[in-house]
Design a protein around this ligand. Structure first.
Ligand code: S3P
Length: 173
């Protein structure tokens, strides 16, 4: 059976970078869910948050997730908050294999750098927000995913190797 491969995890976990590498290796299309939302809306994620708020962003995110059900099997990088909504947590495993890319709050902040593009981490409270958000979400990432991969101290290439191996093993079952 051929299914989507989803990468989930906190902001800065490297989902987009790794998903691109994995898509190349598997010869599959790459989909970035945030990009789909921005393309459909004609505005950035930050603009959606500031103009219409997080709830509206979550609604658009669920809408785009539901739409990939009709796409050819792809490697899909999800936004860090995809697991916030219960409906998404049910939909993800029904549409494919889900891998959780794990990162610490400190490493996530260091990697994100320009947090202005991540409205939830922007501003002086970014460090605290990262720590408490990650703590609140950790269980949701783990329970939604079929497998987890550590990313701290590893190159995107090494992470992609492990993701491909896990996915191929799951397809053989
Ligand atoms: C979010 C993560 C972002 C983006 C939005 C909200 C979150 O995606 O969807 O800013 O709630 O964790 P990345 O994880 O790709 O940064």
């Amino acid at each position: 059976m051929s299914r989507h491969l989803f990468l989930i995890g906190f902001m800065g976990a490297g989902k987009t970078r790794v998903a691109r590498l994995v898509a190349e290796r598997l010869g599959r299309p790459f989909i970035d869910l945030d990009e789909r939302i921005e393309a459909a809306e004609g505005r950035s994620v930050s603009a959606i948050f500031s103009e219409d708020g997080e709830d509206e962003f979550r609604r658009l995110e669920s809408e785009q997730l539901a739409l990939v059900a009709d796409s050819a099997p792809a490697v899909i990088a999800c936004g860090g908050g995809i697991i916030v909504r219960c409906e998404n947590r049910s939909l993800l495993p029904s549409l494919g294999y889900v891998i959780y890319l794990k990162v610490t709050a400190a490493e996530a902040l260091a990697r994100v750098g320009d947090a202005a593009t991540r409205p939830l981490l922007a501003g002086p409270g970014g460090q605290l927000a990262a720590t408490s958000l990650l703590q609140a979400r950790e269980g949701l990432y783990s329970s939604t995913a079929d497998a987890a991969v550590d990313t701290v101290g590893r190159t995107p290439e090494a992470i992609a190797d492990e993701v491909v191996a896990l996915f191929e093993a799951s397809e053989e079952q």
